[in-house]
Design a protein around this ligand. Sequence first.
Ligand code: ASP
Length: 346
Amino acid sequence: MMLQLAKCFLVSSCLMGTVATAETSDAPPFAIAIHGGAGTIEKASMTPEKERAYRTKLEEAVNAGYGVLEQGGSSLDAVVAAINILEDSPLFNAGKGAVYTYDGTHELDASIMDGRDRQAGAVAGVKHIANPINLARMVMEDSPFVMLAGQGAEDFAKSRGVPMVDNKTFDTEQRRQQLERVKEKLDKENKQDKDYRAAVEALPEPFRMGTVGAVALDNEGNLAAGTSTGGMTAKRYGRIGDSPVIGAGTFADNKSCAVSATGHGEYFIRYNVAADICSRVEYQSKSVAQAAGEVINDILLPVGGTGGVIVLDGEGNIALTFNTKGMYRASRVAGQKPVIGIFEKD
Ligand code: ASP
């Protein structure tokens, strides 16, 4: 049964894997893809209004990044422009719509990587930063470090003049209800964090997903990737997922591809998902669709790792691959219209 399911996802993800290829004419091959999280997203469980709201926001974000590229801006600028729009929206689990920790607060993670030279920056467990992707970029460009966590990351932000926001800025009613449901389940079964995963997976959608990310290719042929998240509901003990971990949730190298991931972070860390996909592209000459399909469907799914990735190579080939029922996603290649998707067959 599981095998059949894996195959089915492999075929469907291959079918939808490569959504577009940049034109080989004189047109510059710039391109961008974004995601807003993967999970059990089904049309039947979503109102038309809600679906419209997601599609509109995804389109706004992909167009913002596309606009930067169209004007000759860098892939890093495009990634940040797209992610900022998703971070500022309560619809997604990043910035404004971040999930709650077990203790009722919000702890945000983000990372960014430059495909030109593998420079990277990341922040983990920050509580007072409105747009963590911007701080991750500052770590990359304005510090000798790659990853800063917690209070230290915020001290660095203050030293660079980044305003602090109240943690309550990230409160939303929907996410509050989500936390209560997880805690109720954990407490009722008296399992506490031992059965954390089952409790989280028992949540109805769209509660469990929403991490955001972007990958872009600019006019100069440079790739970049970025990811921003509130992590997983009811996380505790300073838990950090894959999103700020370079190689797991984010990776970019002009020699292979750019990747941003979303899903159950512990699996993405253990399987080094983003870097593994790019290694297959670089060392085995696989297409981004094939490499992403292998890692997401053949490796992660059999061990229970759910989620998806957006992948882009230096020729503008895009793979939007997931082993869940859906993934909020959008892409746009030079000279073409944006393509928006939510469900498996979209
Ligand atoms: N990958 C994120 C984490 O584990 C969550 C997600 O993408 O939904 O923190």
